[in-house]
Write a protein that binds this ligand. Sequence first.
Ligand SMILES: NC(=O)c1ccc[n+]([C@@H]2O[C@H](COP(=O)([O-])OP(=O)(O)OC[C@H]3O[C@@H](n4cnc5c(N)ncnc54)[C@H](O)[C@@H]3O)[C@@H](O)[C@H]2O)c1
Length: 335
Amino acid sequence: MRILVTGGAGSIGVYVVRALLNRGDDVTIVDTFNDFYDPAFKRARLAAVLAGGRSPAVLGVNVADAPALQQSFAQARPEAIIHLAAWPGVRPSIAHPLLYTRENVEGTVGVLHAAVQHGVRQVVFASSSSVYPKATPLPFREDAPCDTTLSPYSASKRAGELYARLYHDLHGLSVVCVRFFTVYGPWIRPDMAMWKFTERIIRGEPVPLRRTGPGGAEVKRDFTYVEDIVRGVLSALDRSGGFDIINLGNNTPVPLSRFVRLIEEALGKSAIIHEEELGAGEEIATAADLTHAREALGYAPTIAIDEGVRRFVAWYQKEFLPKFPNGLAPSPYWA
Ligand SMILES: NC(=O)c1ccc[n+]([C@@H]2O[C@H](COP(=O)([O-])OP(=O)(O)OC[C@H]3O[C@@H](n4cnc5c(N)ncnc54)[C@H](O)[C@@H]3O)[C@@H](O)[C@H]2O)c1
Protein backbone atom coordinates (compact mmCIF):
# COMPACT_ATOMS: atom_id res chain seq x y z
CA MET A 1 0.00 0.00 0.00
CA ARG A 2 1.12 3.63 -0.60
CA ILE A 3 1.18 5.42 2.75
CA LEU A 4 1.93 9.04 3.53
CA VAL A 5 3.32 9.55 7.05
CA THR A 6 3.27 13.15 8.27
CA GLY A 7 5.84 13.77 11.01
CA GLY A 8 7.64 10.65 9.77
CA ALA A 9 11.01 12.07 10.85
CA GLY A 10 9.76 12.41 14.44
CA SER A 11 10.50 10.18 17.40
CA ILE A 12 7.45 7.97 16.87
CA GLY A 13 7.30 8.55 13.12
CA VAL A 14 10.65 6.94 12.28
CA TYR A 15 9.62 3.68 13.93
CA VAL A 16 6.24 3.71 12.20
CA VAL A 17 7.99 4.31 8.86
CA ARG A 18 10.46 1.48 9.50
CA ALA A 19 7.65 -0.95 10.36
CA LEU A 20 5.71 -0.01 7.20
CA LEU A 21 8.78 -0.37 4.96
CA ASN A 22 9.62 -3.73 6.57
CA ARG A 23 6.20 -5.12 5.73
CA GLY A 24 6.46 -3.95 2.11
CA ASP A 25 4.47 -0.69 2.04
CA ASP A 26 5.66 2.29 -0.03
CA VAL A 27 6.15 5.29 2.26
CA THR A 28 6.33 9.05 1.71
CA ILE A 29 7.35 11.17 4.71
CA VAL A 30 6.06 14.75 4.96
CA ASP A 31 8.03 16.56 7.67
CA THR A 32 9.36 20.11 8.17
CA PHE A 33 12.24 19.01 10.43
CA ASN A 34 11.24 21.92 12.67
CA ASP A 35 13.48 23.28 15.47
CA PHE A 36 11.37 22.23 18.47
CA TYR A 37 14.51 20.18 19.05
CA ASP A 38 17.77 19.89 17.09
CA PRO A 39 16.98 19.08 13.41
CA ALA A 40 20.46 17.49 13.09
CA PHE A 41 19.32 14.94 15.68
CA LYS A 42 16.18 14.23 13.63
CA ARG A 43 18.28 13.59 10.51
CA ALA A 44 20.72 11.35 12.42
CA ARG A 45 17.77 9.39 13.88
CA LEU A 46 16.17 8.88 10.47
CA ALA A 47 19.46 7.58 9.05
CA ALA A 48 20.16 5.32 12.05
CA VAL A 49 16.69 3.80 12.47
CA LEU A 50 16.24 3.15 8.73
CA ALA A 51 19.84 1.96 8.14
CA GLY A 52 20.10 -1.22 6.10
CA GLY A 53 16.43 -1.24 5.05
CA ARG A 54 14.32 0.19 2.22
CA SER A 55 14.10 3.99 1.96
CA PRO A 56 11.04 6.24 2.06
CA ALA A 57 10.54 9.35 -0.10
CA VAL A 58 11.12 12.40 2.12
CA LEU A 59 9.32 15.72 1.41
CA GLY A 60 10.23 18.78 3.50
CA VAL A 61 6.69 20.15 3.54
CA ASN A 62 4.61 21.85 6.25
CA VAL A 63 1.15 20.28 6.57
CA ALA A 64 -0.26 23.75 7.33
CA ASP A 65 0.89 24.93 3.86
CA ALA A 66 -2.16 23.79 1.85
CA PRO A 67 -0.76 24.20 -1.70
CA ALA A 68 2.48 22.39 -0.81
CA LEU A 69 0.48 19.63 0.89
CA GLN A 70 -1.69 19.25 -2.23
CA GLN A 71 1.49 18.78 -4.28
CA SER A 72 2.75 16.16 -1.83
CA PHE A 73 -0.50 14.21 -2.15
CA ALA A 74 -0.39 14.48 -5.96
CA GLN A 75 3.19 13.18 -5.94
CA ALA A 76 2.74 10.40 -3.34
CA ARG A 77 -0.80 9.29 -4.41
CA PRO A 78 -1.38 7.83 -0.92
CA GLU A 79 -4.02 5.20 -0.22
CA ALA A 80 -3.72 5.81 3.54
CA ILE A 81 -2.36 8.51 5.87
CA ILE A 82 -0.73 8.30 9.27
CA HIS A 83 -0.88 11.87 10.57
CA LEU A 84 1.74 12.32 13.31
CA ALA A 85 3.02 15.83 12.44
CA ALA A 86 2.45 18.27 15.30
CA TRP A 87 4.26 20.57 17.68
CA PRO A 88 4.41 18.47 20.86
CA GLY A 89 4.80 19.47 24.50
CA VAL A 90 2.22 20.79 26.96
CA ARG A 91 4.32 23.47 28.66
CA PRO A 92 5.87 25.16 25.55
CA SER A 93 2.41 25.43 23.99
CA ILE A 94 1.29 27.81 26.76
CA ALA A 95 3.85 30.37 25.55
CA HIS A 96 3.18 29.71 21.82
CA PRO A 97 -0.58 29.20 21.39
CA LEU A 98 -0.78 30.62 17.86
CA LEU A 99 2.05 28.44 16.58
CA TYR A 100 0.40 25.32 18.03
CA THR A 101 -2.99 26.25 16.61
CA ARG A 102 -1.65 26.94 13.12
CA GLU A 103 0.55 23.86 12.79
CA ASN A 104 -1.55 21.37 14.75
CA VAL A 105 -5.13 22.44 14.03
CA GLU A 106 -4.83 24.01 10.54
CA GLY A 107 -2.32 21.29 9.66
CA THR A 108 -4.73 18.52 10.68
CA VAL A 109 -7.67 20.08 8.81
CA GLY A 110 -5.38 20.40 5.76
CA VAL A 111 -4.47 16.71 5.95
CA LEU A 112 -8.13 15.60 6.37
CA HIS A 113 -9.23 17.84 3.50
CA ALA A 114 -6.49 16.61 1.17
CA ALA A 115 -7.34 13.02 2.16
CA VAL A 116 -10.95 13.52 1.00
CA GLN A 117 -9.90 15.26 -2.21
CA HIS A 118 -7.45 12.49 -3.09
CA GLY A 119 -9.76 9.55 -2.27
CA VAL A 120 -7.70 8.25 0.67
CA ARG A 121 -9.08 5.02 2.20
CA GLN A 122 -7.94 5.33 5.84
CA VAL A 123 -6.46 8.01 8.15
CA VAL A 124 -4.82 7.42 11.53
CA PHE A 125 -4.52 10.60 13.62
CA ALA A 126 -2.10 10.88 16.56
CA SER A 127 -3.99 12.30 19.50
CA SER A 128 -2.89 12.40 23.11
CA SER A 129 -3.70 11.37 26.68
CA SER A 130 -3.56 15.10 27.43
CA VAL A 131 -7.08 15.56 25.98
CA TYR A 132 -8.46 14.06 29.23
CA PRO A 133 -9.43 16.89 31.60
CA LYS A 134 -8.17 17.28 35.17
CA ALA A 135 -9.90 14.88 37.61
CA THR A 136 -10.87 12.36 34.91
CA PRO A 137 -11.15 9.03 36.82
CA LEU A 138 -8.21 6.65 36.32
CA PRO A 139 -7.71 4.71 34.13
CA PHE A 140 -8.86 7.09 31.38
CA ARG A 141 -11.63 5.64 29.22
CA GLU A 142 -12.29 6.91 25.70
CA ASP A 143 -15.90 7.77 26.60
CA ALA A 144 -14.85 10.17 29.40
CA PRO A 145 -16.04 13.75 28.69
CA CYS A 146 -13.28 15.84 27.07
CA ASP A 147 -14.91 19.28 27.05
CA THR A 148 -12.12 21.17 28.82
CA THR A 149 -8.35 21.03 28.29
CA LEU A 150 -5.24 22.06 30.21
CA SER A 151 -3.11 23.65 27.47
CA PRO A 152 -3.12 24.90 23.85
CA TYR A 153 -1.38 21.63 22.90
CA SER A 154 -4.17 19.52 24.43
CA ALA A 155 -6.81 21.78 22.85
CA SER A 156 -5.11 21.35 19.45
CA LYS A 157 -5.26 17.55 19.80
CA ARG A 158 -8.92 17.57 20.88
CA ALA A 159 -9.72 19.94 17.99
CA GLY A 160 -8.01 17.47 15.64
CA GLU A 161 -10.28 14.68 16.93
CA LEU A 162 -13.39 16.84 16.45
CA TYR A 163 -12.36 17.73 12.88
CA ALA A 164 -11.62 14.05 12.18
CA ARG A 165 -15.17 13.20 13.33
CA LEU A 166 -16.55 16.04 11.19
CA TYR A 167 -14.72 14.77 8.08
CA HIS A 168 -16.08 11.29 8.77
CA ASP A 169 -19.65 12.59 9.13
CA LEU A 170 -19.49 15.03 6.18
CA HIS A 171 -17.44 13.02 3.70
CA GLY A 172 -17.41 9.43 4.96
CA LEU A 173 -13.66 9.60 5.61
CA SER A 174 -12.50 6.64 7.69
CA VAL A 175 -10.41 7.87 10.66
CA VAL A 176 -9.00 6.28 13.79
CA CYS A 177 -7.76 8.76 16.43
CA VAL A 178 -5.18 7.05 18.64
CA ARG A 179 -4.50 8.68 22.02
CA PHE A 180 -0.85 8.06 22.88
CA PHE A 181 0.32 7.89 26.53
CA THR A 182 3.93 9.14 27.22
CA VAL A 183 5.82 7.33 24.49
CA TYR A 184 9.49 6.48 25.04
CA GLY A 185 12.36 4.41 23.70
CA PRO A 186 15.74 4.99 22.05
CA TRP A 187 15.86 8.24 19.98
CA ILE A 188 12.84 9.73 21.82
CA ARG A 189 12.28 13.48 22.03
CA PRO A 190 14.98 15.14 24.11
CA ASP A 191 12.41 17.22 26.02
CA MET A 192 10.89 14.06 27.56
CA ALA A 193 11.45 13.22 31.26
CA MET A 194 13.34 10.01 30.53
CA TRP A 195 15.93 11.89 28.49
CA LYS A 196 16.22 14.89 30.85
CA PHE A 197 16.50 12.75 33.98
CA THR A 198 19.17 10.50 32.43
CA GLU A 199 21.17 13.53 31.26
CA ARG A 200 20.91 15.24 34.66
CA ILE A 201 21.91 12.17 36.66
CA ILE A 202 24.98 11.68 34.44
CA ARG A 203 25.95 15.37 34.86
CA GLY A 204 25.26 15.39 38.62
CA GLU A 205 22.49 18.00 38.20
CA PRO A 206 19.25 18.00 40.27
CA VAL A 207 16.33 15.96 38.91
CA PRO A 208 12.93 17.66 39.37
CA LEU A 209 10.27 15.45 40.99
CA ARG A 210 6.87 17.09 40.76
CA ARG A 211 4.11 16.87 43.38
CA THR A 212 0.81 18.64 43.93
CA GLY A 213 2.57 20.51 46.79
CA PRO A 214 4.93 19.78 49.73
CA GLY A 215 4.14 16.20 50.90
CA GLY A 216 1.41 16.00 48.21
CA ALA A 217 0.66 13.39 45.57
CA GLU A 218 3.45 12.44 43.22
CA VAL A 219 3.27 12.62 39.41
CA LYS A 220 2.59 9.25 37.76
CA ARG A 221 2.86 8.52 34.07
CA ASP A 222 1.70 5.63 31.93
CA PHE A 223 5.00 5.24 30.02
CA THR A 224 4.49 3.31 26.79
CA TYR A 225 7.31 1.77 24.79
CA VAL A 226 7.48 3.04 21.21
CA GLU A 227 7.39 -0.43 19.60
CA ASP A 228 4.07 -1.15 21.35
CA ILE A 229 2.71 2.15 20.04
CA VAL A 230 3.84 1.26 16.50
CA ARG A 231 1.97 -2.06 16.65
CA GLY A 232 -1.16 -0.19 17.73
CA VAL A 233 -0.80 2.39 14.95
CA LEU A 234 -0.41 -0.30 12.27
CA SER A 235 -3.45 -2.19 13.58
CA ALA A 236 -5.44 1.07 13.43
CA LEU A 237 -4.24 1.58 9.86
CA ASP A 238 -5.34 -1.91 8.83
CA ARG A 239 -8.85 -1.47 10.24
CA SER A 240 -11.36 -0.70 7.56
CA GLY A 241 -14.05 1.92 7.74
CA GLY A 242 -15.75 4.11 10.33
CA PHE A 243 -14.58 6.53 12.99
CA ASP A 244 -13.04 5.63 16.32
CA ILE A 245 -11.00 6.97 19.23
CA ILE A 246 -8.66 4.46 20.88
CA ASN A 247 -6.19 4.74 23.78
CA LEU A 248 -2.69 3.39 23.15
CA GLY A 249 -0.94 3.21 26.52
CA ASN A 250 0.57 0.74 28.93
CA ASN A 251 -2.09 0.71 31.69
CA THR A 252 0.61 0.80 34.40
CA PRO A 253 1.09 4.29 35.86
CA VAL A 254 4.62 4.66 37.26
CA PRO A 255 5.39 7.15 40.09
CA LEU A 256 8.28 9.38 39.04
CA SER A 257 10.33 8.34 42.13
CA ARG A 258 10.26 4.71 40.90
CA PHE A 259 11.06 5.86 37.40
CA VAL A 260 14.12 7.76 38.70
CA ARG A 261 15.23 4.68 40.69
CA LEU A 262 15.13 2.58 37.51
CA ILE A 263 17.30 5.13 35.67
CA GLU A 264 19.71 5.23 38.64
CA GLU A 265 20.01 1.43 38.56
CA ALA A 266 20.61 1.37 34.81
CA LEU A 267 23.26 4.10 35.07
CA GLY A 268 24.79 2.84 38.33
CA LYS A 269 24.65 6.41 39.69
CA SER A 270 22.40 8.18 42.22
CA ALA A 271 20.21 11.18 41.42
CA ILE A 272 20.06 14.46 43.31
CA ILE A 273 16.32 14.97 43.80
CA HIS A 274 14.73 18.42 43.72
CA GLU A 275 11.05 18.48 44.68
CA GLU A 276 8.90 20.88 42.64
CA GLU A 277 5.25 21.81 42.33
CA LEU A 278 3.23 20.55 39.39
CA GLY A 279 3.48 22.97 36.45
CA ALA A 280 0.60 24.65 34.61
CA GLY A 281 -1.08 22.37 32.09
CA GLU A 282 0.27 19.16 33.68
CA GLU A 283 -1.86 16.23 34.85
CA ILE A 284 -0.99 14.60 38.18
CA ALA A 285 -1.44 11.06 36.82
CA THR A 286 -2.21 9.31 33.56
CA ALA A 287 -3.25 5.73 32.84
CA ALA A 288 -4.90 4.23 29.78
CA ASP A 289 -7.90 1.96 30.00
CA LEU A 290 -7.05 -0.53 27.24
CA THR A 291 -10.37 -2.41 27.03
CA HIS A 292 -11.34 -0.75 23.75
CA ALA A 293 -7.81 -1.01 22.28
CA ARG A 294 -7.84 -4.75 23.03
CA GLU A 295 -11.28 -5.29 21.49
CA ALA A 296 -10.89 -3.03 18.47
CA LEU A 297 -7.22 -3.63 17.61
CA GLY A 298 -6.07 -6.68 19.57
CA TYR A 299 -3.61 -4.27 21.21
CA ALA A 300 -1.59 -5.48 24.20
CA PRO A 301 1.59 -3.69 25.35
CA THR A 302 4.58 -5.99 25.77
CA ILE A 303 7.45 -3.92 27.21
CA ALA A 304 7.44 -3.16 30.95
CA ILE A 305 9.03 0.03 32.27
CA ASP A 306 12.11 -1.63 33.83
CA GLU A 307 13.05 -3.28 30.52
CA GLY A 308 12.24 -0.09 28.59
CA VAL A 309 14.39 2.10 30.85
CA ARG A 310 17.31 -0.34 30.48
CA ARG A 311 16.98 -0.17 26.68
CA PHE A 312 16.82 3.64 26.68
CA VAL A 313 19.80 4.10 29.00
CA ALA A 314 21.90 1.57 27.02
CA TRP A 315 21.11 3.44 23.79
CA TYR A 316 21.89 6.81 25.40
CA GLN A 317 25.30 5.65 26.61
CA LYS A 318 26.38 3.49 23.67
CA GLU A 319 24.86 5.32 20.67
CA PHE A 320 23.83 8.84 21.56
CA LEU A 321 26.82 10.06 23.59
CA PRO A 322 29.46 8.86 21.06
CA LYS A 323 27.49 10.42 18.14
CA PHE A 324 26.73 13.72 19.93
CA PRO A 325 29.61 14.25 22.39
CA ASN A 326 28.76 17.98 22.65
CA GLY A 327 25.05 17.36 23.19
CA LEU A 328 22.23 18.84 21.08
CA ALA A 329 21.72 22.41 19.87
CA PRO A 330 19.62 24.22 22.53
CA SER A 331 15.90 24.50 21.81
CA PRO A 332 14.32 27.97 21.78
CA TYR A 333 11.04 26.37 22.96
CA TRP A 334 11.87 24.44 26.15
CA ALA A 335 14.35 24.69 28.98
N1 LIG B 1 5.70 11.32 22.35
C1 LIG B 1 4.61 11.25 23.11
O1 LIG B 1 4.67 10.85 24.28
C2 LIG B 1 3.26 11.64 22.55
C3 LIG B 1 2.14 11.55 23.40
C4 LIG B 1 0.91 11.91 22.89
C5 LIG B 1 0.77 12.31 21.57
N2 LIG B 1 1.87 12.39 20.77
C6 LIG B 1 1.69 12.83 19.38
O2 LIG B 1 2.39 11.95 18.53
C7 LIG B 1 2.87 12.65 17.39
C8 LIG B 1 4.37 12.42 17.23
O3 LIG B 1 5.01 12.92 18.40
P1 LIG B 1 6.56 12.76 18.66
O4 LIG B 1 6.75 12.58 20.12
O5 LIG B 1 7.13 11.77 17.70
O6 LIG B 1 7.05 14.24 18.29
P2 LIG B 1 8.25 14.71 17.35
O7 LIG B 1 8.37 16.18 17.53
O8 LIG B 1 9.44 13.87 17.60
O9 LIG B 1 7.69 14.38 15.91
C9 LIG B 1 6.82 15.25 15.21
C10 LIG B 1 7.41 15.46 13.82
O10 LIG B 1 6.49 16.27 13.09
C11 LIG B 1 7.20 17.27 12.39
N3 LIG B 1 6.27 18.40 12.25
C12 LIG B 1 5.77 19.19 13.25
N4 LIG B 1 4.91 20.09 12.75
C13 LIG B 1 4.86 19.85 11.40
C14 LIG B 1 4.13 20.43 10.34
N5 LIG B 1 3.29 21.45 10.56
N6 LIG B 1 4.29 19.94 9.09
C15 LIG B 1 5.13 18.90 8.86
N7 LIG B 1 5.87 18.32 9.83
C16 LIG B 1 5.72 18.78 11.08
C17 LIG B 1 8.41 17.59 13.25
O11 LIG B 1 9.49 18.13 12.50
C18 LIG B 1 8.73 16.22 13.85
O12 LIG B 1 9.70 15.53 13.08
C19 LIG B 1 2.48 14.11 17.61
O13 LIG B 1 1.28 14.36 16.94
C20 LIG B 1 2.26 14.20 19.11
O14 LIG B 1 1.36 15.23 19.43
C21 LIG B 1 3.12 12.07 21.24
